[in-house]
Structures are given as C-alpha cells and as structure tokens.
Design a binder for this molecule. Structure first.
Ligand code: SF4
Length: 449
C-alpha cells in the first residue's frame, strides 16, 4: 500500500456502473419516450435482459441491494404473475421474436421464487423472445438456498452461469454481518450446480467487513479457491447507514479503517494472484482463459449495473421492481416502490418511474468514464470528435486531474489520459474528474477504496 492510496481512499465517489449515475435520473422522464425508444430497437440486434427479484429470506446487515424480507410464498407467486405480465407488456412494444443474447437474474435472491414460478418466468421469456444459441443465462444465488432440487430447476431453465455470494468464511465476520454460511454449505451448492451442468461458477467476496484481518481474508481466499471458481469478485463493503438503515446493525467500531481496507484488498488480491487468477478491472479476478479475462485483454470488456461484463449488447432492458435498463438513447428505471410498480403492470403500462435521455455531452463523458473504468486509458480528443462535442470543454476537466497526476495516479500525454499501474485502485477518482454531475456537487457516495 502506498501513502498515495491512503491519502485518497476515504474520498467519496460513484462506482460508475452507469453515467450519469442513478441519482441523476429524473422523475419527469415520460413513459411515451421510453416506448419510442423500444419501438426504435432493431429487430435483428440481440438485446440483454435483467430481471430483479426483490425478496430475501432474511436481511444481511451489509446489504446494499433493493430487497425486502419475506417468509411467505404468496407474495412470491404474486410477484411471478406480475413479472410474466410485465414481460408481455414489454414484448408488445418490441419487435416480435426479438433476439436475446444475455439474461441476468439479480436481487434480492432470485432463487427464492418457488421452482414452478421460476420456470414460468423463463417460459414467458421464451414465448416472447428468441434466445440466441450461445446465450449467457446468469443468476445470482445465495448459497444457503441452493439445494439439489433448485439446481435441477436452474439447469432445466437453461442457466449456465451462477454467482454465489460468499463474502467471508470466517465465522466471527459472518456473525457480525448477519449471514452465517459455513464452507460446507457453499461447497455443497457449488457441487449441486456442477452436477446439473452449470459449470461457470463465480464466487463473490467482500472486504471492509467488521473483524476482517489479513489472516481471515487470506484463509477465505484459500478456501474459495479450493472450490475452483472460474471468476471472482472482490467488492468493497459500502457502509452507507444513512441510506440503508439495517447497516446500523454492523458494529461500526469493528470496521476496518481506510488503511486496513486497502491492506485487506491487497492481501486478497495477492493471494488470488498466487493462485493464478488475473485481476480484471477494479474488483474482478478470473482464470486466464475465462471469457472476462479474454475480453479484458482484447479491450472488449464492458461495465454495466452488474459490474464488469462480457455482455456486448447495446440494449439492456430491466424487468421487475426497481430494475434499470439502458438503451443508446438513455437510462430508465422501473418504480422502486413496489405498489407503484404493481399498479402500472396491472394497468398494462410499462412500470417506469425515472429516466434520463442522454445528450451528446453525457454520451461523450460516459464513453470517457467507461474507457477509464475498463481499459484505464482514454483519448479524450478522439471521444470529443466521435460525439461532436467541444474538446475545449472536456479539457477543463484536466484541472481536476492535476493532483492525481502529481501523486502518480494518473498521467496525461496531450489528450490521452491514463491511470498508472500503481493508481488502478483509485480509477474511480480519475473517472470522476470527467463527471459533470459530480462537479455540480450533488450526491453522497461510498469511499474510493
Ligand atoms: S441475500 Fe443478498 S440481497 Fe438478500 S439481504 Fe443478503 S445481501 Fe441483500
């Protein structure tokens, strides 16, 4: 760890899974505009779908997702019926038989749906869309919910990539974050998935949790690697109790400080490197031949609401309460208010609540920010030319980079901006220099490392 990383680690910046970021979407955005965008979708170009299931068995104290706890089946069955209805509403607005190259189920805990319900939703998708032969059909799973019967259902549904949330294997850490799941539980989940042919397994770890130490995180990495995942994520815990009230259950005085967070990330990264995993972007690791590692090497990696991805589709449609979609024209978000989402779906309307239409300046800055986040380099002049925006206006952002350049985090040769090898952990700060909304001083975000 360098003093430079420590100097900037506590600064608050967005994670840039989109630009502009979600707090800047507007409730003035109209449904008619979204319908126009959907009508413009090319019938031959494959799209991506994101399905959100906002229910969990219990609430993990660290959770930053949009979800709520339910122990009953009825809300899940009701939600399924609404999802199926929303899929039909969407399909009416899109070309018939629209090809789909990528589906991602997130939450919440999508596998909490009763098995027949899960298959009903997949059936609805198959009825209205045309799945590409090489479709990636991915799901986020809570290992505590994975049984052989669930694995069989997922296999039947065509799921071919699963991400399991591990976070940390240390019992004290697990107890402090309200999610106890022994190694044997995770191992049994992975085995059940592999037994039905779901070979692509991602395991998600977390640093910055209470009671974590260099020893616990190294042990966690070693135990995780013994399960042979093809890909891992190492996310920083974002402590935002002013937004997520249940995070007040996290013992704040046991949280690692800025220097410890960096040391935890670096220790885990080192351990993963020793096991042959390559670091991809800010927080992902993959085997050399994993498609994400290949995409990163070839400059084809993308970033969306799920983080780093190989998904090449320019259109991502969100389905389910609170889900966010992206089209070339801009972003739309479904109502995060469950009742509002339900009312719209029952009325046969697209259940969107907010959105933003991107202008040329937004698109140029989005390209710059995503290039930095995925490739650590951008030619600002080339972007200005491609989007026909003022290079002089973009150059005013260079002033924001001066301190980062002086500290060896970023470097600039004319209009080419690069994040240095040693500055990669701070890439979000370099990206933030080009964020016009952040410069306007709105929003409160998580820390940089
Ligand atoms: S299982 Fe995932 S979505 Fe559900 S409460 Fe835990 S962290 Fe949040």
């Amino acid at each position: 760890m360098t003093n430079v990383t420590l100097k900037y680690a506590s600064r608050s910046v967005p994670r840039y899974t989109s630009y502009p970021t979600a707090p800047h979407f507007s409730s003035e955005f109209s449904r008619d505009r979204y319908e126009d965008w959907l009508r413009d979708v090319d019938a031959k170009t494959p799209i991506s779908l994101y399905l959100h299931v906002p229910f969990c068995d219990s609430m993990c104290h660290y959770c930053g997702c949009y979800t709520k706890v339910t122990r009953q089946e009825k809300p899940l069955r009701d939600y399924t019926a609404l999802l199926v209805r929303e899929i039909a509403i969407l399909a009416e607005k899109l070309p018939k038989g629209q090809p789909v190259s990528h589906i991602h189920w997130g939450g919440g805990t999508p596998s909490i749906l009763p098995h027949d319900c899960f298959l009903d939703v997949v059936e609805a998708l198959r009825t209205h869309f045309c799945f590409n032969e090489d479709i990636e059909h991915a799901i986020e799973l809570d290992p505590r919910t994975v049984t052989p019967a669930l694995a069989e259902t997922l296999g039947k549904a065509g799921i071919n990539r699963a991400s399991l949330g591990v976070q940390d294997f240390d019992l004290k850490v697990q107890e402090a974050v309200g999610r106890v799941q022994p190694y044997e539980v995770v191992k049994a989940s992975v085995e059940a998935l592999r037994a039905v042919g779901i070979k692509e397994i991602n395991l998600d770890l977390m640093y910055g949790l209470p009671f974590q130490s260099l020893e616990t995180i190294r042990n966690t990495v070693d135990m995780t690697i013994s399960l042979d995942p093809s890909r891992l994520a190492l996310f920083g815990y974002a402590h935002v109790p002013w937004m997520k009230k249940h995070q007040r259950l996290i013992p704040e005085d046991k949280l690692p400080g800025a220097a410890e967070r960096i040391a935890l990330f670096e220790e885990a990264g080192r351990a993963l490197g020793e096991h042959g995993y390559e670091q991809i972007g800010l927080d992902h690791f993959a085997k050399h031949d994993d498609p994400l590692a290949v995409a990163a090497r070839e400059g084809q990696m993308r970033r969306n609401f799920q983080g780093y991805t190989t998904d090449e589709a320019d259109i991502l449609i969100g389905i389910g309460a609170s889900s966010i979609g992206k089209l070339p024209q801009g972003y739309v978000q479904n109502s995060p208010d469950f009742a509002g989402w339900e009312r719209s779906v029952v009325a046969g309307e697209l259940p969107i609540a907010r959105g933003i239409e991107l202008d040329k300046d937004d698109k140029a800055r989005a390209t710059i920010i995503m290039s930095l986040m995925t490739a650590y380099e951008v030619d600002v002049a080339a972007v200005a030319k491609a989007f026909d925006v003022s290079l002089e206006a973009l150059r005013t952002c260079y002033a924001q980079l001066q301190e980062l350049e002086a500290d060896g985090v970023a470097e600039r040769e004319g209009d080419v901006v690069r994040v240095t090898q040693s500055g990669r952990e701070l890439v979000r700060l370099v990206a933030a220099a080009f964020d016009a909304y952040l410069q306007a001083g709105k929003g409160r975000h998580s820390v940089a490392v």
